[in-house]
Design a protein around this ligand. Structure first.
Ligand code: FE2
Length: 178
C-alpha cells in the first residue's frame, strides 16, 4: 500500500525523512487506505466519498503543499518537513486502529504517539526534524481542531494548513491523475 505514495515520497530529498514517512505509512491504521476523506461527505469534494478517498485527498494535499513551497520559496529540509507532514497529517484521522467510524478531534496528536514508537524503534536519526514535523501535523487543522492550535507566523505550519484546506474545497479541483 505504501507504494501508492511513492511519487510523493520521492519529492522528499532527505533520506532520513523519507525513511520516517515510509515507516509511518507502513504502520498506519489499516482504515487509512480504505476510508473516504470525509465520513459524512460534507467537508471534502464529492469524488473523495469513496473507498480510498482519504488517500486521494492526501495526494491532492501534497500536490498543493509542493506548489505552496515553490511559491513561498520554502526549500531543502524545510520543504521536506512540509511534504512529510502533509503526507502523514491524516494518518490517524479516525483514531488509532480500525476505528473507521468518524474523524477524531486532535488526530494530529495521535500521529505523534504512533510516530514516536516508530522513531525510537527504527533508530531514525534526529536529523529528520521529528519535532518540526510533529508540530506541523499537530497544527494542520488550525481553527477546525480541538484544541485550536494555530500560528500564522509559522510559515511551515501555515503551508500545511493551507494545503489541507485548499485541497479539501469542493470548488477547487486538484488533478493528481498525471
Ligand atoms: Fe486532511
Amino acid at each position: 500500500m505504501v507504494e501508492l505514495f511513492e511519487a510523493e515520497i520521492r519529492l522528499i530529498i532527505n533520506p532520513e525523512v523519507r525513511k520516517l514517512v515510509w515507516r509511518c505509512l507502513e504502520n498506519a491504521p489499516t482504515y487509512f487506505w480504505d476510508v473516504p476523506s470525509s465520513n459524512t461527505g460534507k467537508y471534502h469534494p464529492k469524488d473523495e466519498f469513496i473507498k480510498g478517498g482519504l488517500v486521494l485527498h492526501t495526494k491532492r494535499a501534497v500536490n498543493v503543499a509542493n506548489h505552496l513551497c515553490e511559491c513561498l520559496s520554502i526549500r531543502n529540509i524545510d520543504r521536506d518537513c512540509v511534504l512529510a507532514a502533509t503526507i502523514m497529517h491524516d494518518l490517524c484521522k479516525n483514531g488509532y486502529l480500525n476505528n473507521a467510524g468518524h474523524t477524531v478531534d486532535g488526530h494530529g496528536y495521535l500521529w505523534t504517539e504512533l510516530a514516536r514508537s516508530i522513531y525510537t524503534k527504527n533508530e531514525i536519526s534526529e536529523k529528520t526534524r521529528f519535532i518540526t514535523i510533529s508540530r506541523l501535523i499537530l497544527m494542520h487543522m488550525g481553527q477546525y481542531d480541538l484544541p485550536y492550535v494555530s500560528d500564522w507566523s509559522d510559515e511551515l505550519a501555515t503551508c500545511v494548513q493551507l494545503a489541507d484546506y485548499i485541497s479539501s474545497r469542493e470548488d477547487i479541483i486538484v488533478d493528481v491523475s498525471k
